[in-house]
Design a protein around this ligand. Sequence first.
Ligand code: MG
Ligand code: ZN
Length: 225
Amino acid sequence: MLEKEIITVREEEILDIEVNKDILAANRKLAEAVKMKLDDKGVIAIDVTGSVGSGKTSIIERLVEKLRGRYRIGMIAGDVATTIDADRVERHGVRAVQVNTGRECHLDANLMEKALKKFDLENIDLLFIENVGNLICPGDYPLGAHKRVVVVSVTEGEYMVVKHPSIFKEADVAVINKVDLAGVMGTSVEKLVKDAESVNSNIRVVVTDAKKGVGLEDLVEALNL
Ligand code: MG
Ligand code: ZN
């Protein structure tokens, strides 16, 4: 067999890398200011990342149902377009603010700060942020949240972790969702769990079927909520 030719892009080969470095540094600085503000107001913020269709909104809905007796909850929904997700979460009686990012494929600390102004932070203890459906750049843009969750579903196949290692390295908790469909999809849940743990030895991995609420208790515990 012929040896496979691989082109691996090095950082210095990316055309806009210098500009990018400045942006990333500015974002990190702003994220620190956001975190200080949240701490000052006693708000715990959780950034939920994952592809479109992985189940981020369903998971947030289930968490809201479980936790609304103990916390005053708010939600920020990031999407390129529509208010579908904010509407869904708002139905559970929490304040939800939609951020439509247009051409931008991630939330950043600047958008986070803007969205926070729409809340009375004195009246919130827990804030869920649903990031734009994307497993690549949200990893580079911390929002000032206290914890980051990354959601993958078995319907996306079993290579989701190994193909997106950076975001798993950045995350505190990985959720493997839609496990009820693993059999029909022929996806090994065990492989996804193992891959997440080998990319990040500190990550907590939780297996869920968010539609039915399975595994949500484990997720609450993994988030220390
Ligand atoms: Mg969603
Ligand atoms: Zn992006």
